[in-house]
Design a protein. Sequence first.
Length: 355
Amino acid sequence: HFSCREQPIFSTRAHVFQIDPATKRNWIPASKHALTVSYFYDATRNVYRIISVGGTKAIINSTITPNMTFTKTSQKFGQWADSRANTVYGLGFASEQHLSQFAEKFQEVKEAARLAREKSQDKTELTNPALNITSHQVLPSPIISSNGPGEDKLFRSQSADVEITTEKERLKKMLSEGSVSEVQWEAEFFSLQDNNNKLVAALHEANANVDQWKKQLAAYQEETETLRQRVAELESQGAHDSSSENNKEELSQTLEELELLIKAKDEEIQMLKSQKCGRWEAEGEREETLQKLQELEARNAELERRLHLAEQTLAETLAEREKIQNEVTKVAEIMDVKIFELSEIRQGLAKLVES
């Protein structure tokens, strides 16, 4: 936990890495997700630190010194070496702008730390000129880090010359081992390896898509051929139905004749019914008239039955013809869609072959 006296002066989010202490070559991710990385300033001690906390653990606790350097190793990745912590921190940002902002703030804080150190040295020399010689042997640091006794070494009040010399030696040692440059190459290698894996995966997916498109193309071709045969059958059936157009005209004419005949018989029946009272003078004439009337009614019923059958036959013929026409139209539309999909698949295959 950092001191309550410290206040954040800049915060951003980034993926945090640390150099592998065993190999000094590989990055070890400090967390699975991006963390908040902040610059803190302790006005009481005039100290600048970079702090990042993951859960209850301090992932980064780096005190900024004038000798530190933040290096951009790619458009979104940067790193700096902390000799006191004996490690190299790496940050992966979401964009180049975030990386630039963090680097600019690092330079500002580094300069502020330099000015603070010079001011502290001047004040110390004015107060006790002999402190430069004896402080590292006699006086322990009065400033204790709030991170616990394990980090007391971060704030020992050794002389500036001894501290600078020690830090330079540690940095030279780390650079001699090739940690900084190799980390940069390692990051570039991981980036290239990741791109290569993506390209290989895309190639496999493209090959799988080609096989699938070929199978789909064969299925569409087979289905198109079946639809063509069906269209030919329907067209031949439609031609056959056109030959029955004459039958339709004959049925229509017969219906008209039957309707006229029924109308005439109805008029004759009504006339007979109106005259039956005056003409039935004899029983024989009455029976004859009744019989004739019954015959006429029976014939009228037969004519109505024939008319009903003719109308039913005509309706069925018209419905069958409309059904066939609808089926021909539907099959033609399906053929148009399949032919359009077939052309798109051929264009996709052509583009894939060209690429």
